[in-house]
Design a protein around this ligand. Sequence first.
Ligand SMILES: Nc1ncnc2c1ncn2[C@@H]1O[C@H](COP(=O)(O)OP(=O)(O)OP(=O)(O)O)[C@@H](O)[C@H]1O
Ligand SMILES: [Mg+2]
Length: 246
Amino acid sequence: MNASLPPAVRATALRKSFGSGDARAEVLRGLDLTLAPGAFEAVMGASGSGKSTLLHLLAGLLAPDSGRVEVGGTDVTAMSDAAATRFRRRHVGVVFQSFNLVETLDVAENVALPVRLDRGRPDAARLAALLARLGLAGKERRRPSELSGGERQRVAVARALFAQPDVVLADEPTGNLDISAARGICALLRELHAAERSAILLVTHDPVVAAAADRVHFLRDGVVAASFDTGHDPAAISARYLEFHR
Ligand SMILES: Nc1ncnc2c1ncn2[C@@H]1O[C@H](COP(=O)(O)OP(=O)(O)OP(=O)(O)O)[C@@H](O)[C@H]1O
Ligand SMILES: [Mg+2]
């Protein structure tokens, strides 16, 4: 890790609420989080604790009420929507909890979309290898509606990884997968992390998946309430989680 590089992602004093009046919910209340270049970290927390909201803010898909988000030293919260979109395509890969695949495009076109929108030429060999790695070989020409939930999820993972982004933000990337496919995604993320030095921030409810990361952050009351090294030990993560959320 190069200490002279800016953090892959840095969130400072992030606040975000939804609704107004009695229905107002303060989801993030001054959250700070720093992901070093090439770090692999996970975020856990109760349902509704703001994990997806945090990822959307980090990805520049949602604007905070206050606070700032930097990606590789660039303040994305200060950018126009168009500039943020361009920046994201080049530097950030996102796996959404709801996949967000384009129904009118087939599998291969969905995966290559961020590269095409960036006016690049997709590398066909890399695309084929990535799809094969994710168990999607032979499904290149299918539309999302012709895939299972787990297959759609793997297409979303492929799309996030294809452009070799500096940062991968993944929201429950194994939520719809069987144990073996989930392990496959974890192995792929670790490999990507080792080979390409992409920084990864992974939201998950699954301690086995969180154990693929080196460090885990617990979200509670709108802030990162605890952070610790995983030791790649799911049982230790579970124990701390249960203790923390008692
Ligand atoms: N667009 C929105 N409008 C109103 N409320 C919202 C909106 N998006 C999220 N919320 C609320 O903010 C809170 C945090 O939601 P978020 O999706 O970030 O939770 P989460 O930690 O990802 O939960 P899960 O583990 O179930 O995915 C929830 O109470 C949710 O209802
Ligand atoms: Mg969520």
